[in-house]
Design a protein around this ligand. Structure first.
Ligand code: FES
Length: 223
């Protein structure tokens, strides 16, 4: 593949033509908020709508996870409109997400905290009415705890379980506000064909899927 030269936030970058813009930026130390993208998923779902960037020649921001790099591309990750869209998307997302950082094992390594810091917003916006879901936590599995109230519906766990591992224990159910990541017919995780690989926990960007033995202190040390 041919080498291309582009700039991101004014930084000169070399990449291979056709490389994914999100990973090129991240690999070059330029953070772009992201929740749903996975490196080994060749077909990004662009579900979280947080990775907006501005690309010269485009009159609208684009999602970095669905863009490939081309020669001479000029990318701005800090453009006013891109940040406005990302902040808005993040606030909407967090309005229905349980925020309990003080007791969450993922605190310190949670992608939501990182995104809030990057965007300069509070993890819970006061502008929007809080929509509590109050869904039951699945504590049935010997190794994994699933709290659907902390799930951001990024789909990473669903994808790795189905595509990377070929198991397909996890999926989505319902629509709109009711939409949730769950198992077939909502059966407890312990009763599924889960092979305990832990990949779903590894890719979860929030405290929704966490290893059972992990305490808050352990999670911080790991990050
Ligand atoms: S990472 Fe691009 S839309 Fe989620």
């Amino acid at each position: 593949m041919r080498t291309v030269y582009l700039t991101i936030d004014g930084k000169q970058i070399t990449a291979r033509e056709g490389d994914n813009l999100l990973w090129v930026a991240l690999d070059n130390g330029i953070y772009i908020p992201n929740l749903c993208a996975l490196r080994d998923n060749p077909e990004p779902t662009a579900a979280c709508r947080l990775c907006f960037v501005e690309v010269s020649g485009n009159n609208q921001p684009v999602t970095a996870c669905t863009e490939t790099v081309i020669e001479g591309m000029e990318v701005n990750t800090r453009g006013t409109e891109a940040l406005r869209l990302a902040r808005h998307g993040f606030e909407l997302l967090m309005a229905s997400n349980t925020v309990d950082c003080a007791h969450c094992p993922k605190s310190g390594s949670c992608e939501l905290q990182k995104i809030a810091r990057h965007l300069g917003v509070k993890i819970r916006s006061k502008r929007l009415r809080e929509l509590k879901r109050d869904l039951p936590v699945d504590d049935s599995h010997p190794l994994i705890r699933y709290d659907p109230n902390k799930c951001v519906l990024c789909g990473r766990c669903v994808w790795v379980c189905r595509e990377r591992l070929g198991i397909g224990v996890l999926g989505f159910a319902y629509r709109g506000f009711e939409r949730m990541m769950t198992t077939f017919e909502g059966e407890p995780l312990a009763k599924t064909r889960c092979d305990r690989c832990g990949d779903c926990v590894e890719v979860c960007p929030t405290g929704a899927l966490v290893p059972k033995e992990e305490t808050g202190a352990e999670a911080k040390n790991r990050s």
